[in-house]
Every structure is written in C-alpha cells, then in structure tokens.
Design a protein. Structure first.
Length: 716
C-alpha cells in the first residue's frame, strides 16, 4: 500500500490563485484518466468555496494511471478513524479493482483539492457517496474506451479486478492501465451515474484489516514529530501561568549564553531554539519572566453557578405542542439539574508542527484535522499568496475535535521565519492541557411529566453552554421544547475562562446523560421497567429496533429499578447513527468504586463499509467514554489550569475496560452514517442508570467519581 502525505513530493506549481490547477496537476502526474467531482452541495460548502477562491466545479478527484493503479486525492486526513481503509474500499468496489491497487493521497494542500476538514463523522456520510459515484463514472469511461479498442458493444463488456472484458468472448480483454496509457482524459461528473447494488458488492461490507496497521504497530508511520529536516531546530516557548496573563518583563541573558542556543522574540512570544528538545528545554528553564495574572473569579466548583448567572442569548432548538397543557396531563412531574465539567482531548500525540521557508514559499507539516483552513491562516498571518503555502498532514495521532485550531503550526511558522531555519514545535503534555480547546462544562435543567400509564406528556429541556447536539426529541412526546443558552458563540467565549470546542460527539454525551437519566427517573415513578418504558414512548421504529437488539444481546430481564441487578440502558442518536447501550456494573459502596462488568452496544449506521473498522470505532468510543463517565474533569482556578499531566488528570486504565459486545444492525439499503463518535454518547446514561439500579443512588453530575458515588449513596 502506498500512503502519501508526509514526503516532500509533487509539483510546487499546481496551485493558481490559491486553488488547484487541473491542467498543471494532470501534467505533473504524466497523464491518465481523471474524474473530477464535487462533494457537498449545501449553501455552507458552496459559500466556503466562493469565499476561499477554490475551484467551483470540483473538490475531489481520482486518477487511473498507466500502471493500472487508482489514486484518490482528498483533503480528508487519517487520524485513527480508519477512513484511509474505508474510502479505499469504497472506491475499489465501485471501480472494480483490487483494494491493493488503490492509493489514498490525503491532506496535502498542494496535491489534494480543498476540504473544510475532518470532523463530525462527516467523511463516510458526505464524501463516501460521491466517491462511489466517481468510481462508477470512471468505470463507465473505461468501458467506453474498451469498447472502442476491442470493437465490442458496450453492453457486452464487464469489468473485474482492473480488466474490461467481453462477457461473450472473454479472451477479448484489456487492462485499465492499457486503456490509460498514453492518454490524458478529463471527465467532470455532473449527472449521477448508477452505482452498484448491494448484492454486487465484493469489497464494501467486508471486514478488512486497517491499511495503516503494519506501519503503526512497527513504528514506520510518520507523524509530524517524526519529520527531520536539514538544519532543523527545536523550539521551546515561554508560556504564561494562566490564560489572560500578560508578560511584564523577561530576562533571557542566561539562555543566550548557552552554546548552540538561539533566543527569538517577537512581541510577547519568547522562544529558545536548540538542536534537540532537551537542550531547548534546559535553556527555557534559565529564562526568568514576570507576568500580570488576572484575578481568579471562577473555578471548577463555581463554574455552574457562574453559567446560570451569565446573561446570554436563548435559542429554541425544537418545540411542539403546549408545555402547560402537557404539565396538566401529567400525574408525575420531575425536575432535575444535570452538571458536566470540562474535559480535555488528551490525544496520544500532542500538537506538533514543522515549518520551513524556502524563498517566498513555506511548507508546514502539522498534526491537524484542518489542513486547508490552516493553509489560509498561514497565508493571512504572513500576508502571503496562498499558492506559496503548502500544508502536509502526516498521520495524526488522535484529534477528537481538538486539532482544528492549529496554534502550534502558526508558532512553528513564525519561529521558522524569524530564525531563517526549519523549526519544530511540539507541545509538551502541560502545553497540550493549557492550550486545549476543552469540551465545555454545562448545566442542563429538565422538567418532564408522565401519566400513571407511563406516557411522557411533558418535556422541557434547557441546556446551558453545552450546545444542542444530540438533544433532539426522538421519544414520542406531544408537548416538548429544547432550549440552548450560550450556544454557537452567543456569550459562550467570554463565559468560559479558556477555549472550548468539539470533543468526540460534542454536547451529545452531556445531553444524552441528562435525557436518559430523566427517562429512568420517570419510569421508576410509574413503576415500569426502563426498557418497557422507553418502548412505550418510542414511535421511531429504527430506535426501537436498536433498543430491542441491545436488550436481547444483553439478556435484559424486566424489572423496576432499583432492582439490585446493576443494569442500565440509554439511547441516543449521533451523526445519523442510532445507538442503544446496556451496561452491567458492580458497586463497592464503601469505596464508591464502580466497576463496569459488561457493555452491550447496538448501532444502526446504515450501510457499513468496513464492519471490522466500525466495530473497532465502537470499542474505541466505549473505552474513551469511561473517562468522561468516571474520572475526566479539568480542575482550574480562573485562567490557571491545575491539571497538566496524567498524574492528576485520570484517563481510563486497561483494568477498567469491561467485556464489550457490539451489535451492528444490518441496513445495507440505507445510506452510510457516521461511526467515529456515536457509541460514546450513551455510556454515561447507561452507567448512571445502572448505578441507581444497583444501589438506589442517583448521580446527576459527570464524571461520576468515587467521591460523588459515596455521597450519593449516603444521601439515598
């Protein structure tokens, strides 16, 4: 397999006016059959294309070369979610070549067309379908060429494993490479061609080993921190002790006297450069600085009251019926407030970048989810023409929504220009925590009503500062309203003491936790089993299907909580995927320790390109979710981040991982949906409900730490 993206390859002349020149690119590759196509037809994407000056007729393309290999060029990146494999499967099946014949060229702004970034479980949902169509278009072009070459009518021709042949006289055959040799053919896909039927799939839907597995387990995979350039220096930057702190004075004289060390300063940025990270770190320790630190007015304990007192805008996300009428119908009305703290991304690979100037051109290798927005930011930072800016994205060691802001890449570029030498900036774990864009803390207030027959008739869901993702009402409730406060930047930036942003299904785990715990509370009020209660209030057959699948797989037995079993269930929707999770737990009442023994997770995600990859993503989500459920919560005082490493910020341990069973509902005739995030959303609700079922203690705050579990047990 050929995985490109970190080598300094390709022509420097393939950009014109910031976009890709098709003609120059085709010339640089030496011809072949090219299929250009456009991914996304929303007004947002259209507006982005026009504003940024990128080609208006395509933002992705594939090429069939004279060697018969098929290359897919995309601005998407591989950050561990497996799209380097699933996209290759998608293309290989539609164009009829072996998977090994497909090359993925990803995240190189000089070689790939514009893309807004890799996030939100969008790649499979929005890039996959047009990629299939492009493959089908290419197959049609190949059949057309073969018809001319073999003098055989098109309707008699078939394709298989990179060959077009006459199905009535199979000796008449020609390879894709032979058809592409000596030609430069350009096709623009405008009308959608017919793609293969599910029954014709040979590669799509088949469990496939990750294409990058060998590189990653042997250490051959290249990340931004693995880039080595001649004359490269390693940077360590003077950091403030708190967000909002201002540099008063600095003394760099001791560092300047060290052999091989360069001190660089521009405005408030002070950095030392060395020939190794250790040398630079040692020199930074000799820099003396004083900062003005603003008064701490909020911390991790007072943040929730702070939110409720903050004057922000209000958005009604969803509304139906009459809340007062619903309350009048209810026999039981339940009001609860649910809290969630800030959570860090904590990727295995911290933010890293290498920058090199060559004349009026710059190349940056960066761990980023957004190479093209980074390209634009670099051009703006230095007042450069976009055609002179190149971003190359090697493999990315986890992003989870946190590698979209690219601060380390801008720092590396600024220092490379000042030092007139290539520079690497690799954030330490402390810097990673300090500059992370954390998952927002939130307050969710729920008021709900239910009849004695078990029918939910009132749902009033107020979300402060988390956002509305995953809060849509899929239960059958006539009178409901969902309201967000401080959402989409309305008051949110100034309310938080530091940056916040996406975090693997952002807001959805907060909202799902609140909704699903509230559902269990109502089920108990009317004396119903939690699964039975949910089914009674579900008109959505797809959701009912995943719930039944999870319940059956887990061996769920009917009973009213708290039953002492320690079983809990929760449902949710994310990225178009329906999720049902059942957790079985045991509680050490004295220590407050909760151990998850088993998790069953069922998903309906439409057409599954790579079932093995989907299963791995589900297991990864559930394992990562153990953190937000039990331990991950950022401590801070004002702008000072108190957790700067894993000795105090506790990630899930191997010993925490339960038996995990996954169920993927067969839905091949439905469009493919997202798989990188959904499974994480319902774990908190399932575990919270299981704790109540085990010991009768209701937890209303995430994470459900030992201290909070002990307190809840004492108060129950």
């Amino acid at each position: 397999m050929k995985v490109e993206g970190y080598e300094d390859i390709g022509s420097r002349d393939v950009n014109t006016k910031g976009g890709l020149s098709r003609r120059e690119f085709m010339k640089a590759l030496g011809g072949g059959i090219f299929i250009f196509f456009f991914v996304g037809d929303s007004s947002v994407v259209e507006g982005q294309r026009r504003r940024m000056g990128y080609p208006e007729d395509f933002n992705a393309y594939l090429r069939i070369g004279a060697d018969g290999r098929v290359s897919c060029f995309t601005g998407k990146i591989e950050q561990g979610q497996g799209v380097i494999t699933s996209l290759a499967q998608t293309l290989a099946d539609e164009i009829d070549v072996a998977l090994e014949s497909v090359d993925m060229v990803m995240g190189d702004t000089d070689r790939c067309p514009w893309d807004m970034g890799t996030f939100g479980s969008l790649t499979t949902r929005f890039f996959g379908p047009p990629l299939r169509e492009a493959g089908a278009e290419a197959r049609g072009v190949l059949i057309e060429l073969a018809s001319e070459k073999l003098k055989v009518p098109r309707e008699r021709l078939m394709t298989e494993n990179g060959v077009v042949f006459d199905k009535e006289e199979k000796s008449k055959r020609v390879t894709y490479g032979e058809l592409a040799k000596g030609k430069t053919i350009e096709r623009h896909m405008k009308d959608k061609p017919a793609v293969k039927k599910v029954s014709d799939f040979k590669i799509i839907g088949k469990p496939t080993l990750r294409r990058d597995s060998v590189e990653k387990v042997t250490g051959k995979a290249k990340y931004a921190g693995d880039i080595r350039l001649e004359g490269m220096m390693y940077a360590k930057i003077l950091r403030p002790p708190a967000h909002g702190a201002k540099l008063k004075n600095v003394d760099t004289s001791a560092a300047e006297r060290m052999e091989g060390i360069r001190v660089v300063r521009e405005g408030d940025m002070v950095a030392v450069l060395g020939r190794s990270p250790d040398e630079a770190e040692k020199a930074l320790g000799k820099v003396k600085a004083d900062f003005d630190v603003p008064e701490a007015k909020v911390d991790d304990k007072s943040i929730f009251e702070h939110f409720l007192n903050w004057d922000v805008g209000r958005d009604v996300e969803e509304e139906a019926g009459d809340l007062k009428a619903g309350e009048a119908l209810a026999d039981e009305v339940v009001e609860r407030t649910y809290l969630s703290g800030y959570v860090a991304h904590a990727p295995i690979e911290p933010h890293t970048a290498v920058a090199r100037f060559e004349g009026d051109k710059i190349t940056v290798w960066a761990s980023t989810q957004t190479p093209f927005p980074l390209k634009d930011d670099l051009a703006e930072e230095f007042g450069m023409d976009k055609k002179n800016v190149r971003v190359i994205t090697p493999f990315v060691g986890g992003g989870f929504g946190g590698k979209t802001r690219n601060g380390q890449a801008i720092e590396a570029a600024r220092l490379a220009k000042l030092a007139k030498a290539p520079v690497q900036v690799g954030w330490t774990r402390a810097e990673e925590f300090f500059y992370d864009s954390f998952r927002p803390a939130s307050v969710i207030k729920v008021k709900s009503g239910v009849t004695k027959e078990g029918k939910v008739v009132l749902w009033d869901f107020d979300i402060s500062f988390a956002g509305g993702r995953g809060s849509g009402m899929f239960y059958d409730v006539a009178n409901h309203r969902t309201t967000t406060y401080g959402n989409r930047g309305r008051g949110a930036p100034s309310a938080h003491p530091f940056a916040t942003g996406a975090w693997r299904a952002p807001a959805n785990h907060n909202n799902t936790f609140a909704r699903e715990c509230q559902m269990d509370i109502m089920a108990e009020k009317v004396g119903m089993d939690p699964v039975e209660f949910r089914l009674k209030n579900l008109a959505d057959k797809k959701m009912a299907g995943v719930l039944k699948a999870a319940a059956e797989k887990s061996g769920w037995t009917s009973g009213k909580a708290p039953s002492g079993r320690g079983a809990g269930v929760a449902l949710g929707i994310d990225s178009g995927t329906y999720v049902a999770t059942v957790a079985e737990i045991a509680v050490d009442k004295r220590a407050g320790r909760v151990r998850i023994k088993r998790v069953v997770c069922a998903q309906n995600m439409g057409l599954v390109i790579n079932p093995q990859g989907a299963k791995l993503q589900m297991e990864g989500c559930l394992t990562m979710g153990l953190g937000y459920v039990f331990s991950e919560e950022l401590r801070f005082k004002g702008g000072e981040v108190l957790d700067v490493n894993f000795n105090t910020y506790e990630l899930p341990k191997f010993s925490w991982v339960p038996e995990i069973e996954t169920v993927i509902i067969e839905a091949d005739d439905e469009p493919a949906q997202g798989g990188g995030e959904p499974a994480i959303i319902a774990l908190g609700g399932a575990v919270g409900n299981a704790i109540y079922d085990a010991v009768g203690a209701r937890l209303l705050q995430l994470p459900m730490t030992r201290e909070r579990v002990r307190e809840a047990i004492q108060d129950s």
